[in-house]
Ligand binder design. Structure first.
Ligand code: NAD
Ligand code: LMR
Length: 357
């Protein structure tokens, strides 16, 4: 019964594998930055996933305490928390299947890209640890600015000769979660939010966040005033600002991000365990799927090394990068506005590595 419940929880859609196959696969998940505002609730949520058999926590502070606390929860994952001394990072990363990175400083009111100066170095060092310890792990990057930190991870992996573009993901799920919530509000059905699917493409900052509301599973009211529509788009693009402002200098989204990071990590784990047909937007290297990239590049009318589009996931990572499909002229304009900013952000990450590696 427990096994069946487990499968029902984690394989609710898509194609199923047998329960025996499902249970045979152990999964080690690791959180880097595990003592932080995102790291702690994310680690808690991961501990509740019975598919995870080992949970490694690393931070520069407090991980022994967080690990001891979580280890009392009666779920299968064996929890280990380590600090930097004595090769703590390597110890935690050993044998990891999935590594989630929420390490780094969050934003105070101001631009997200400013974080790069600090977070670029943190992500570079952590990526080096992954590349030299568990290069086959799926890497899920949360640290901002995602549009630049994902290219850093890619460059570090290239430098170490272990780059596989199918396994490195920028987590843009919070934008997708926000789009569902805000659309539910507009259509007056808050309880529908979990079922609302809006593809959000581009990247993860301001104008690079492009919600494709015309493809929403739940159409917006046909008489929605254009100013209300524009406000909805802006709210999805700048949802992070709402939280930063409300927290008044005490950081940015942590709890909703932990939820979103958990949601995306679960999709990756289900794919890793053999479930087919899982699709979610994520910021990935277009090199991960040459055919998908060709179609997407044609639609974008521009060359981009990384882009967030709907991505089909499989046991080896990216299976297919989906095209944008049919979009409205207003959405075409949003995509056009996102491209130069994305190109600049990506170049920032790559150039940083060329100088530092
Ligand atoms: P936080 O300051 O609460 O936590 C960050 C943690 O990282 C801290 O515990 C800190 O000790 C740790 N850390 C710092 N340097 C480290 C290192 N070298 N190795 C390991 N751990 C290290 O910040 P937060 O609110 O949890 O945010 C973390 C990051 O996530 C920020 O960059 C923020 O902008 C980003 N973020 C991204 C999204 C997204 O949608 N992708 C959403 C929200 C926040
Ligand atoms: C968000 O979208 O909430 C995060 O990227 C944090 C931020 O700085 O806005």
């Amino acid at each position: 019964v427990r096994g069946e419940r487990k499968r029902a929880e984690h394989m609710s859609d898509g194609e199923c594998i047998s329960l025996e196959e499902w249970e045979a696969k152990n999964v080690k998940a690791v959180v880097l930055g595990a003592a932080g505002g995102i790291g702690q609730p994310l680690s808690l949520l991961l501990k509740t996933n019975p598919a995870i058999t080992a949970l490694g926590l690393f931070d520069i502070v407090n991980t022994p305490g967080v690990a001891a606390d979580l280890s009392h929860i009666d779920t299968p994952a064996v929890v280990v928390g380590r600090l930097p001394p004595n090769d703590g990072l390597k110890e935690v990363l050993k044998g990891a299947d999935i590594v989630v990175i929420p390490a780094g400083v969050p934003r105070k009111p101001g631009a997200r890209d400013d974080l790069f100066k600090v977070n670029g170095g943190i992500v570079k060092d952590l990526a080096t640890g992954i590349a030299t310890t568990c290069p086959k792990a799926f890497v899920l990057v949360i640290s901002n600015p995602v549009n630049s930190t994902v290219p850093i991870v890619a460059e570090v992996f290239k430098k170490h000769g272990v780059y596989d573009p199918k396994r490195i993901f920028g987590v843009t799920t919070l934008d997708v979660v926000r789009a569902s919530t805000f659309v539910a509000e507009i259509i007056g059905k808050p309880s529908a939010a979990p079922d609302i699917v809006v593809p959000v493409v581009g990247g993860h900052s301001g104008v690079t966040i492009v919600p494709l509301l015309s493809q929403s599973s739940h159409p917006l009211p046909s008489d929605l005033a254009s100013d209300k529509f524009d406000a909805l788009v802006k709210r999805i693009q700048f949802g992070g600002d709402e939280v930063v402002k409300a927290k008044d200098g005490a950081g940015s989204a942590t709890l909703s991000m932990a939820y979103a990071g958990f949601d995306f990590a679960n999709k990756i784990i289900r794919a890793l365990k053999g479930e087919k047909g899982i699709v979610a937007p994520s910021f990935v290297a277009l090199k991960a799927d040459a055919a998908g990239a060709a179609e997407l590049t044609k639609e974008l009318g521009a060359e981009l090394e990384f882009f967030s589009s709907n991505v089909e996931l499989g046991p080896e990572g990216v299976v297919k990068i989906h095209p944008l499909g049919k979009i409205t002229s207003a959405e075409t304009e949003l995509v056009k506005a996102a491209i130069p900013e994305l190109q600049t952000n990506i170049k920032t990450g790559v150039t940083y590595c060329l100088e530092k590696l």
